[in-house]
Every structure is written in structure tokens, then in C-alpha cells.
Design a protein around this ligand. Structure first.
Ligand SMILES: C[S@@+](CC[C@H](N)C(=O)[O-])C[C@H]1O[C@@H](n2cnc3c(N)ncnc32)[C@H](O)[C@@H]1O
Length: 241
């Protein structure tokens, strides 16, 4: 069956659990399953990912990149978090499979609002692929603010984003099929305000032209607003077992 164009996807695909049912899990996260899955591990290995690193995959979906990362990493080194429990479930059951689940023991957590205090251990590398391309700036800042304090010493975040030359009016609410774009200055500001030193790496071979950021916790953490500190009260579901 012919894939819908990106424009058709943006117009017709629903956001959230209904959208997962409508599109199927592979299409829900953008299709290009093998190409974009392999690209993620290739990039991370090129940046020094080791088998014994603890990797956090933020917005991991049904493990498009996760299956490759989990195969590569030592057991219990991969944690994937996503707001959609159904994507985690299908990723574990259909994409990874019971054997690799048992051997590699990844932790998969359904987190509604970046409750990173629930991570099993501080990540050496955090990875946010095609997440900020679907979020309003307020959500990106909340993700960065909540991630900063849980990183391992010497930890690093790589995150993709859609780049534009001038600030634009993005949709007011998150949407997994709409494209949110930011200037590199806006992304740098978001990082600085939440305690990160941000480097713009630019193009990295993504077929849709998404750009890459590298961010390390800055030595002096900013004073975070009460809103950033507040823990989300929404219930979450663990699918690690
Ligand atoms: C385009 S998909 C990318 C999935 C995966 N990173 C990949 O490359 O295949 C975006 C993912 O981010 C997840 N997501 C969006 N907002 C989120 C949030 N606030 N917390 C956790 N996951 C989120 C979506 O459910 C979806 O699985």
C-alpha cells in the first residue's frame, strides 16, 4: 500500500491512542521504519555510545530506534519512555519480541509528563529523536528542565528538532503528526534557561532534514520555576515486566 505523503499525514492522522489504532504503530511514528531506526544507532555509535552506557530514549515509541539500541547495549542499559502505553506494548511484543526482552531486560516506562524521577538509574546518554518536532516550546522546556537533574555526571543529551529561520507560530498543543519548528536561537534559549549548554550540530543525515542538538548540563543549574519542579500528578503505567 502506498504511504500517505507527509502533508496527508499531518492533515488526517489523529493524535494519541486513536491515532495509533488508525495509523498502526510504525506509521504513527513516521514510517521509514528500517532507515530511521538504523540511523539512530549509527549516529549514537558515531558519537561514542558504548555497550555499557545507560541510554535513555525519550519518546521511544514502539522502539523504531530502540530495537537496534537494545540489541547493541548490554542488558539493563536501555530505558525507553513514552506517553503512549500501547506503543510501548507493541514495541516490546511485536518489534523486540519475548527473547530479546528476556535477554536484554530493557525498562519501558509510560510517562505522561517526563516524570524522570522514575528512571531506574541516571542516564549517560539521553536521546530524544523526533520528539521536539511534535511539541510546543513549553513542553520542550519542561522536558529539558526535568531531565537536567537526573543525568549522570558527564552525561549528554542528543535531541532532534525542526529548524526554521524565523520564529513561527506553532500549534498550541502537542501533536504527533504536526511539525513544530524552532530557530536554533530558540532552542539555545530553552537549553540555557533549563540548565543546559547547547551546541547546534545541524544536519545529521535525517531523511526529513531534522537537525540535531547536543546538550550537556551546564555547571550552574538555573533557578527552576515552581512549575518545572512540580511533579506531574498524572498516573502512569509501567510495562517493564
Ligand atoms: C515521531 S514519534 C518518534 C518515536 C521514536 N523516537 C522514533 O524515532 O521512532 C514521537 C514519539 O514521542 C512520543 N511523545 C510525544 N510526547 C511525549 C511526551 N510528552 N512524553 C513522552 N513521549 C512523548 C509519542 O507518543 C511518539 O511515540
Amino acid at each position: 500500500m502506498k504511504r500517505p505523503t507527509d502533508a496527508e499525514v499531518r492533515r488526517t492522522y489523529l493524535h494519541g491512542p486513536e491515532g495509533v489504532r488508525q495509523a498502526g504503530h510504525r506509521e504513527y511514528v513516521g514510517g521509514l521504519w528500517d532507515e530511521v531506526g538504523r540511523l539512530q544507532l549509527r549516529f549514537l555509535r558515531g558519537r561514542g555510545l558504548r555497550r555499557d552506557h545507560r541510554l535513555l530514549d525519550v519518546g521511544c515509541g514502539p522502539l523504531r530506534g530502540g530495537v537496534h539500541m537494545i540489541r547493541y547495549l548490554d542488558a539493563e542499559r536501555y530505558t525507553g519512555v513514552d506517553k503512549e502505553p500501547d506503543l510501548l506494548r507493541v514495541g516490546a511484543e511485536q518489534e523486540l519480541g519475548a527473547t530479546l526482552m528476556a535477554v536484554k531486560r530493557p525498562v519501558l516506562l509510560a510517562l505522561a509528563d517526563f516524570e524522570f524521577d522514575r528512571l531506574p538509574a541516571p542516564p549517560d546518554i539521553a536521546w530524544a529523536h523526533s520528539l521536539f518536532t511534535h511539541l510546543p516550546m513549553e513542553h520542550i522546556r519542561r522536558c529539558l528542565a526535568k531531565l537536567r537533574p537526573v543525568m549522570a555526571s558527564g552525561g549528554v543529551l542528543y535531541a532532534t528538532f525542526g529548524e526554521c529561520d524565523e520564529p513561527k507560530d506553532n500549534p498550541p498543543e502537542p501533536h504527533d503528526h504536526r511539525l513544530f519548528e524552532y530557530t536554533s536561537a530558540e532552542m539555545g534559549d530553552a537549553g540555557r534557561a533549563t540548565g543546559w549548554r547547547v551546541e547546534h550540530l545541524g544536519k545529521w543525515g535525517h531523511p526529513r532534514g531534522h537537525r540535531m542538538l547536543r546538550a550537556v548540563p551546564s555547571p550552574q543549574s538555573p533557578v527552576l520555576s515552581g512549575r518545572n519542579r512540580r511533579r506531574a500528578a498524572a498516573p502512569s503505567l509501567t510495562t517493564e515486566d
